[in-house]
Design a protein around this ligand. Structure first.
Ligand code: C5P
Length: 296
């Protein structure tokens, strides 16, 4: 029986600027997205019917919800619906998700899982979907799915539908810290919409200029800002404390929050500093999830 294993890496927004709001309430953003070596795993096996099993450290957080809510299931059925419509064939597969990333945590776990599922099933089923159609399917699953489908450092614009690959000049080590308290993306955006004025284009353009001109990006080039950070801290004040603790670690390049939170991250030049910082943070935040990994 044929099977395939795909990595679903954690996604980190090094900066996230909100530049506008559409009539449907979705926000326009500009974000520099990178991926970590640490992530979830998707295993697919040939089978007559579609099925989903969830394992791993954070499987419990998903088991409370029906499988229809799981982005892996949504991705598999969206792909199957498309294939049924275009070729009249209905495919099956056994999908096993190993959930190593915390749920609803701003590092795109669900989106990365959806993207890895799409890649794995296309390969298992030996199908080739035109990229425009693939982008449409992925965007319907969630704003972060297109960038996760690409899986490379990228500048993300629009509502996540415009993805431009960016070359990183080097790949720093990264520490990820999450309080294990889920934070709903919609709630953070809602708070932002009520209380914050949108970022002026000039400020955002100045920050983006270096990325655009060379399509390369040095970690030290920009002073990062996540426009959702204040709203997230308001909902979960511990985020502010974690960022502060990360700022006090040795060898730090930058500390901030990814996506709509609550995962905070810190960048380091060397593995020793990252490992030491993770060790320090685990001592302070005993219930938090904390890993030391590297940007891919
Ligand atoms: O696309 P995703 O499922 O991640 O979005 C969750 C929610 O976050 C949306 O329903 C919307 O309220 C908010 N959102 C937004 N602007 C974006 C992405 C998400 O307002 N660009």
């Amino acid at each position: 029986m044929r099977s395939l294993l795909k990595h679903a890496p954690a996604k980190i927004n090094l900066f996230l600027h909100i530049t506008g709001r559409r009539d449907d309430g979705y926000h326009l953003l500009e974000s520099l997205v990178v991926f970590a070596e640490y992530g979830d795993e998707i295993l697919v096996q040939e089978d007559a019917e579609l099925s989903l099993e969830v394992r791993g450290e954070f499987a419990g957080g998903l088991s409370a919800f029906p499988k229809e809510n799981n982005l892996v299931w949504k991705a598999a059925t969206a792909l199957n619906d498309y294939l049924l419509k275009t070729s009249g064939i209905n495919y099956g597969a056994k999908i096993i998700l190993t959930k190593n990333l915390p749920i609803a945590s701003g590092i795109g776990g669900g989106s990365a899982d959806a993207a890895a599922t799409i890649h794995a099933l296309c390969e298992l089923w030996n199908i080739n979907i035109p990229s425009a159609e693939l982008s449409e399917i992925s965007l319907k699953l969630g704003s972060d799915v297109p960038v996760c489908l690409q899986g490379k450092p990228a500048l993300m614009r629009g509502i996540g539908d415009e993805v431009t690959e960016v070359k990183l000049q080097y790949k720093p080590y990264i520490v990820l810290v999450n309080t294990n308290i889920p934070l709903a993306t919609a709630e953070v955006f809602k708070d932002f919409a009520v209380h914050k004025s949108l970022r002026g284009d000039d400020l955002s353009n100045a920050a983006l200029a270096k990325v655009d001109r060379h399509a390369t990006f040095a970690i030290t080039d920009l002073s990062y800002v996540n426009d959702l950070e204040k709203s997230a801290i308001k909902k979960l004040p511990i985020i502010g404390l974690i960022i502060e603790s990360l700022r006090n670690t040795q060898g730090l390049l930058f500390a901030g929050m990814s996506g709509s939170g609550a995962t905070c991250f810190a960048l380091y030049n060397d593995k020793e500093s990252a490992d030491k910082a993770a060790e320090d943070l685990r001592k302070i935040y005993k219930n938090a999830w904390c890993v030391s990994t590297r940007i891919m």
